[in-house]
Write a protein that binds this ligand. Structure first.
Ligand code: ARG
Length: 403
């Protein structure tokens, strides 16, 4: 049906992509190279098991790429610096991982002389958009295949297909959720939460404790940033992957970082989504707080206007766009003074900032204080305020005050 002879498939080790290996081979007569990309998801199986499963499903080659530091440094970090929250809430977990996966898909397609890449996304979601738009942006000559959109299998059909073809899957029939996870957090869809009125049940959570099971002793974390990059935790220097993992684990143990939202998908569907993002949300909170003390007012306000736009671009699959690159250049420049420390306090179900400091911060105690060390020139205020209001005063004198 498709005129392709070799396909690199983004392989997760789950049911759909395992079925896809066989299905593409059989129905489209193409060889499949399975590519699994480690972006920090906690796999049920180790990566060698995942690789072997792809081969058992009929892949001619199966490759695992550890993209964790690349994902942290080149995708999570820019998003952190942009305080990127889609619709004001969601830190773009899945949206950020797709471009890095596609980058490796395209590289593998070149390496293995493939003429197409493929993904296991459905036709209703955002992820198909991100895979396909990213792939076209990087390699317009490659075909992009979406078998799941074509085969029309229910979950039961997929399981039957796998059993019939002796594909070694480990499906838990009792698990109705669709989960996507990486270093930046975890997305949970389907099952009972498809009813937006139903309270999220506790069973699908994995990164966050129920607040009633959190430690009762409060905990404090100090995150240090250099030019907008988190570099140490409680004084201990760390690479970004370890730092995100450590913050995530600690904050999650206090039962903070869950989100419950109805969001607007790119394809026009409103969907109810539940997330747990203890690490990314805590880091964004700390980062934005440090900006409040290190960024000049106009820069801070202009940046705040661009942040939602940045989040939309990434959500909508436009990572590899000139606009994202240009916004990143702006964001990167803005981060030069964002050096300092932020203290987060954790209590069951809560995480908040209790202090921030920056050697070159713009907070000037002498200017801000009301005590005797005050260095503000009070006499300057009267003239400034008079001129600030001069325009309105003129309106009132000539045209009369507003009703
Ligand atoms: N709604 C989120 C997004 O579009 C998460 C998608 C997660 N995918 C999944 N298979 N659960 O970014």
């Amino acid at each position: 049906m498709n005129n392709v002879s070799r396909v690199v498939l983004a392989y997760s080790g789950g049911l759909d992509t395992s079925v896809a290996v066989k299905w593409i081979t059989q129905e489209w007569g193409a060889e499949v190279v399975a590519l699994a990309v480690d972006v920090g998801q906690s796999a049920d199986d180790d990566w060698e098991t995942v690789r072997q499963r792809a081969l058992a499903a009929g892949a001619v080659e199966a490759v695992v790429i550890d993209a964790r530091s690349e994902f942290a440094d080149d995708y999570c970090l820019p998003a952190l610096q942009a305080n990127a929250l889609y619709e004001g809430k969601y830190p773009l977990v899945s949206a950020l991982s797709r471009p890095v996966i596609v980058k490796h898909l395209v590289a593998a397609a070149r390496q293995f002389n493939a003429d197409a890449v493929a993904h296991g996304c459905t036709g209703k979601g955002n992820d198909q958009v991100r895979f396909e738009v990213s792939s076209r942006a990087l390699a317009p000559d490659l075909e992009v295949l979406a078998p799941v959109r074509v085969w029309g299998f229910t979950r039961e059909d997929s399981i039957d297909y796998a059993l019939r073809h002796e594909i070694p899957i480990t499906v838990r029939k009792d698990n109705p959720y669709s989960i996507d996870e990486n270093l930046w957090g975890r997305a949970i869809e389907c099952g009972v939460i498809e009813d937006p009125w139903v309270a999220p049940p506790s069973e699908p959570y994995a990164l966050t404790a129920d607040p009633s099971h959190a430690p009762t002793e409060p905990w404090e974390l100090t995150v240090a940033f250099e030019a907008g990059k988190p570099v140490s935790l409680d004084g201990e220097p760390m690479d970004l992957v370890s730092l995100i993992e450590a913050v995530s684990k600690r904050v999650g143990s206090y039962g903070w970082g869950r989100l419950d939202m109805v969001e607007n998908r790119r394809v026009g569907i409103k969907s109810r989504e539940v997330y747990e993002c203890p690490g990314s949300l805590a880091l964004i909170m700390a980062h934005a707080d440090l900006e409040s003390i290190t960024l000049e007012r106009d820069l801070m306000r202009e940046k705040a206007r661009l942040e939602p736009r940045y989040a939309e671009l990434v959500y909508d699959g436009l990572w590899f766009s000139p606009l994202r690159a240009s916004l990143d250049a702006f964001m990167a420049e803005s981060q030069l003074p964002v050096t300092g420390e932020v203290r987060l306090r954790l209590e069951p179900g809560r995480c908040w900032v209790t202090g921030r400091r920056a050697e070159k911060g713009l907070y000037d105690h002498g200017l801000a204080t009301y005590d005797a060390t005050d260095s503000f020139r009070h006499e300057d205020a009267a003239g400034f305020v008079r001129l600030w209001g001069l325009g309105l005063e003129t309106v009132a004198r000539t045209q009369g005050p507003p009703e």
